[in-house]
Design a protein around this ligand. Structure first.
Ligand code: ADP
Ligand code: MG
Length: 616
C-alpha cells in the first residue's frame, strides 16, 4: 500500500513544537517576560494563579502592536527580530525564533490585548488551541497584555505531568527572579493567587537583590569587578559565612541572559576555597559581558546552557576576580567565625531588649515521682526546665567537634574503671553505665551484650515523637516569649512560611507577619531553645524547599522530621553521664526506638557470643 505524505495542519505542527518550548508554566513566563523586555517596556507585571497552571498573564507598557502584527505574532516563525539567517549569529534581543507565541497559543487559551503608540484603538485577540476565535477593537493603554489560561488543556498527557501548585510556583518565581535581576532598571510586580508578592521599583543591582531576596542581603554582599579584553565581569558575591547548605541564589548572566554553568560555578567555588564551612555554597550574582560572536547560545529554546570560545581564560579571570574581592573586603577565614560572631549576627537581634534574668523554678517537680524513672525524665524534658535533658543543649559549642582535632575512640566515661566489672550496677535500670565512642555513639551494657546507639539518630527519634505528640494535642504546648522576636525573611521565604503556617501553629509556634518582610514570633514549641529559633527556621526553610518532592507525609509530619533533624545533637558533641542516661531512657520510651525518623538504624547489639568469637 502506498503511503501519502501530507503536511500537518499548522496548529498541529505548532502543538508538536510547543512540546519543546513549553515544558511547564515557568516556560511561558520566561517567553512572555522576554517579549515584554524586547518591546522596551519599563513596567512589567506578572500575574499567575495556581502556580501558572490556570493563569499566566504578563502586562507591559512597551511598544505594543497594530492589528496586523498582533495577528501575525501568533503564527509560527513570525518574528520582528530576525530578518535573515545571518542575523542568527548576532543576537542581542532575547527571543529570536518567532515560535513562542505560536507554540503557547497551540496548547492553551490565549488572549492578547495590545495597542501601539500610533493607534487610538487597540486589538483584542482570542485563540484556543491554535485556532483564532475572535479579533476585535478595544480601548487599552499602550503596551501589551497577554493572558494564557488552562495550559495543556488539549494535551492531557502533559497536563498530568504538571506538579503541585507549590512546585510550579517555585519555578515561576525563579524565572521571575532571573529576569528581574538582569533588569534592575525596569520595575516589576508579581501577583500569585491575587496577592502581590513582589513590587520591585526601578533601581540598581544591589538594591534589586535586596528587594528580591530580603533586606538582610545588603550586609552580606561584596562587589566583584574585573575588565579584560576577553570579558567584563561585575556583580556581587556573598560573604562566605552566609553560604548555605543547599544551592539557591547562584546566578550567572552572560550578556544579560541567565545561564547555568557548572564550569564557571566551579571557578567561583575554587576562589572561596578554605573560607567555607563544609558542604555550603555561597550565593552570587555575577554578570559577564563577552563579545556576541565568542559564545554559542544553545539553539534549543529551553536550554540555559552556553558555550564559550575562551572557556579556560574565563575560568581563570573569574576565579581571580572573586578571590580579589574576597581578599579586598577582608573576608575572615573560617576559623575566626566563632570569635567574631557578635559583630555580624545574621539576624537583627540588636533591636531586642535585654532579657530579664529568669528565676528557674521546676514547676514539674513532683516529689511522688521516682527520680530517674523514665516517665519523670520525660516530663521534665518536654517542659524544658533545668533537668538532665536540657543538659543536652547546655554548653552548646563547648565540646563542639573541631575539624582536624584528635578523636579518641573512647572519649570519656564518668564511671571509674572498676565499675565496669560491677555486675549489679550494670544491670540496674536506674544507673546506666555508658561510654561515648568517637563522640558519636553511646555504648552501654544490656543483658545480651553491648548496645551501641547512634546519639544523633536516637535524639532525632525522641524529638520527632515529642513533636508528633505535641501536634496531636488540641493546644500544643508552647512557651510564650517575654519579648517577641522579630526576624527578617525574604519574600520567597515569607511565601514558604505562609505555606507552612498551619503546621507551624500545630507545633506550637505563634507567628505573625509584620511590616516589610519581618515576622514576629511570640511563642515557640518548648523543645526549641529561643536563641536558636532563627537558625532553626532558616534550616527548616532550606530543607522544606528540597523536601517538596517527598510526598506521602502530612506537612506537620514532615516538619516534625525536619525539626528533629535541626535540633538533634550532632556527632562531635560530648554528652555527660546524665545526658547519656536520659537519652537512653527516652529512646526506649519511644514508640519506635529502632529507626530514626529518616529510617536509619538507631542501635545495634554486639552479642556476647560475637564478642567471645572475636577473642578466640
Ligand atoms: P520572538 O520573540 O522569538 O520574535 P514570539 O513568538 O515570542 O517570537 O513573538 C512573536 C512576535 O510578536 C515578536 O517578534 C514581536 O514582534 C511580537 N510580540 C510578542 N510579544 C510582544 C509584546 N509584549 N510587545 C510587543 N510585541 C510583541
Ligand atoms: Mg519571544
Amino acid at each position: 500500500m502506498g503511503q501519502r505524505i501530507e503536511l500537518l495542519p499548522e496548529h498541529v505542527a505548532n502543538q508538536i513544537a510547543a512540546g519543546e518550548v513549553v515544558q511547564r508554566p515557568a516556560s511561558v513566563v520566561k517567553e512572555l517576560l522576554e517579549n515584554a523586555l524586547d518591546a522596551g517596556a519599563s513596567e512589567i507585571q506578572l500575574i499567575v494563579r495556581e502556580g501558572g497552571k490556570t493563569l499566566i498573564q504578563v502586562v507591559d507598557n512597551g511598544s505594543g502592536m497594530d492589528r496586523k502584527d498582533a495577528e501575525l505574532s501568533i503564527l509560527r516563525h513570525a518574528t520582528s527580530k530576525i530578518r535573515q539567517a545571518a542575523d542568527l549569529f548576532q543576537i542581542h534581543t532575547m527571543g529570536f525564533r518567532g515560535e513562542a507565541l505560536a507554540s503557547i497559543a497551540a496548547i492553551a487559551h490565549l488572549e492578547m490585548q495590545t495597542r501601539n503608540g500610533n493607534d487610538d484603538l487597540g486589538t483584542h485577540l482570542k485563540i484556543a488551541g491554535g485556532i483564532l476565535e475572535s479579533v476585535s477593537e478595544t480601548v487599552v493603554p499602550r503596551g501589551t497584555s497577554i493572558q494564557v489560561k488552562n495550559l495543556f488543556f488539549n494535551v492531557p498527557a502533559r497536563r498530568n505531568f504538571l506538579k503541585s501548585t507549590k512546585i510550579e510556583y517555585r519555578h515561576v518565581l525563579e524565572e521571575f527572579q532571573r529576569v528581574a535581576l538582569a533588569h534592575p532598571g525596569i520595575s516589576f510586580k508579581l501577583f500569585h493567587n491575587d496577592s502581590e508578592l513582589f513590587n520591585v521599583p526601578e533601581s540598581n543591582l544591589r538594591r534589586r537583590i535586596g528587594h528580591l531576596f530580603g533586606k538582610r542581603m545588603n550586609d552580606r554582599l561584596v562587589p566583584v569587578e574585573e575588565e579584560t579584553q576577553v570579558v567584563k565581569i561585575d556583580g556581587f558575591i556573598c560573604k562566605p559565612e552566609f553560604a548555605k547548605k543547599s544551592r539557591g541564589n547562584q546566578f550567572f548572566f552572560v550578556n544579560n541572559r541567565y545561564i547555568k554553568s557548572p564550569y564557571l560555578h566551579h571557578a567561583v567555588m575554587n576562589a572561596y576555597e578554605g573560607l567555607l564551612r563544609p558542604d555550603t555554597v555561597p550565593g552570587y550574582f555575577i554578570f559577564l559581558q563577552v563579545p556576541a560572536d565568542s559564545i554559542d547560545i544553545n539553539i534549543h529554546p529551553t536550554k540555559t546552557e552556553i558555550k564559550f570560545e575562551n572557556e579556560q581564560s574565563l575560568y581563570a579571570i573569574l576565579r581571580a576576580a572573586v578571590k580579589h574581592s574576597l581578599g579586598q573586603f577582608n573576608i575572615r577565614p573560617v576559623l575566626d567565625f566563632e570569635a567574631d560572631q557578635n559583630l555580624e549576627t545574621p539576624y537583627n537581634l540588636r533591636d531586642r531588649s535585654a532579657p530579664v534574668p529568669q528565676v528557674e523554678v521546676d514547676r514539674n517537680f513532683n516529689p511522688f515521682l521516682e527520680a530517674g524513672s523514665p516517665s519523670a525524665l520525660r516530663k521534665n524534658y518536654t517542659r524544658g526546665s533545668g533537668n538532665s535533658w536540657t543538659a543536652l543543649y547546655d554548653g552548646l559549642g563547648e565540646g563542639e567537634y573541631q575539624e582536624g582535632a584528635k578523636t579518641h575512640w573512647i572519649v570519656e566515661s564518668d564511671a571509674p574503671p572498676e565499675a565496669l566489672f560491677d555486675e549489679d550496677a550494670l544491670d540496674s535500670l536506674t544507673e546506666i553505665t555508658s561510654f561515648q565512642v568517637d563522640r558519636k555513639y553511646i555504648l552501654t551494657r544490656v543483658k545480651s551484650g553491648l548496645l551501641l546507639i547512634d546519639q544523633q539518630r536516637a535524639h532525632q527519634r525522641v524529638l520527632y515523637e515529642q513533636f508528633l505528640e505535641n501536634i496531636s494535642l488540641k493546644e500544643p504546648v508552647s512557651q510564650t516569649l517575654l519579648f517577641p522576636m522579630k526576624l527578617p525573611f525574604d519574600p520567597a521565604e515569607l511565601e514558604m512560611l505562609n505555606e507552612m503556617y498551619d503546621s507551624l501553629k500545630a507545633l506550637g509556634f505563634a507567628i505573625e507577619k509584620g511590616a516589610e518582610g519581618e515576622v514576629t514570633i511570640s511563642a515557640l514549641p518548648v523543645l526549641i531553645p529561643d536563641a536558636e529559633v532563627g537558625t532553626i527556621l532558616e534550616e527548616l526553610l532550606t530543607n522544606w524547599r528540597q523536601q517538596l518532592g517527598a510526598e506521602g507525609y502530612s506537612d506537620a509530619d514532615r516538619m516534625a522530621r525536619l525539626l528533629s533533624r535541626a535540633l538533634s545533637i550532632r556527632p562531635g558533641r560530648i554528652l555527660d553521664t546524665a545526658s547519656r542516661q536520659a537519652l537512653i531512657n527516652d529512646l526506649f520510651a519511644c514508640k519506635e526506638p529502632d529507626r530514626s525518623p529518616f529510617n536509619k538504624k538507631i542501635h545495634a547489639t554486639l552479642e556476647v557470643g560475637e564478642l567471645e568469637k572475636k577473642l578466640q
